[in-house]
Design a protein around this ligand. Sequence first.
Ligand code: PSU
Ligand code: MN
Length: 345
Amino acid sequence: AYSAFSRLVNLQRHFNPVDSRKKGGDDNVGVGMIKISPEVSEALSCGRGVVALESTIIAHGMPYPQNLETAKQVEAIVRENGAVPATVAILDGLPCFRANVSRLFLLVGLSMEELERLASLGSKAQKTARRDIVHVVATRGNGATTVSATMIFASMVGIPIFVTGGIGGVHRHGENTMDISSDLTELGRTPVAVISAGVKSILDIPRTLEYLETQGVCIAAYNTDEFPAFFTEASGYKAPCRVDTPEDCAWLIAANIKLKLKTGILIAVPIPKEHSASGSVIESAIQRALTEARNKGITGNAETPFLLARVNELTGGASLASNIALIKNNALVGAKIAVSLAQIQ
Ligand code: PSU
Ligand code: MN
């Protein structure tokens, strides 16, 4: 059905400098500021389910080569479940606007070569949140998009669903440092549903939930009453609402689109039981990593990547294994939601 959703996509194309149409059979052809891969472009125009994926998790969240391996597996899971993956990143910076000869730089739907390039750039790709976008673009840099930046690009091209591992939140002692991830404000201003395993306990979970309430973000826990804590299924805090099936999630997203609330949705999927066993081991590693970060004076946007890498070292790779398992599970759930949304739209 040529529906509200297609109209939304068209509307967004109209208001954004995006040209997803394929010209002359060249994958890299387009005249706008965002290159959308032919596969994603086609899926969007015929109303198939598409799942956006972020790239900070690839470049900064995991070591090479597990990052590349995981990124490929996540894309494969999305495909196996009937949706099209669209990994988002910024590669090669700015085209010459005036000459109107565009090398395109904002990428939605990385090709395999682009994915490999991003994975091997690793932390050489700049961690790019909303505030960083213009600088990465203006300096022709390479940017790995965080949840906030990925939501922006997903929304621009009309992808309403985005899968990640975990989102940023209010950091512990955030009431003093004011270190609150821009993921939370983005959820308050951009209508994309983010599928994540909740919020890591390296963060302040109750304050993160409070902050999301202030931002007007619908938080739905998947198949559970409790808000999950990334490495563990439960955080001890109740989620504001509960969903039990991909269809439940799709109706939430459809209602959000129809009502034009312009706020995001957080769907929190607990890590599968069999992978959450090492939760208490991870918790003590987190405590130690937090102390080390404080002693080393690591703050700001360097904190999350430091903590993730250090916790992984301290747990002898156990946290990375859990991380990979939960992302794959989120991809499975996200793809089913995308398919379900495509059916009801
Ligand atoms: N949580 C993870 N892995 C990650 C991130 C969060 O388990 O890679 C990344 C995401 O890209 C998220 C970002 O958007 O960290 C948040 O960073 P900060 O806390 O600096 O806002
Ligand atoms: Mn921060």
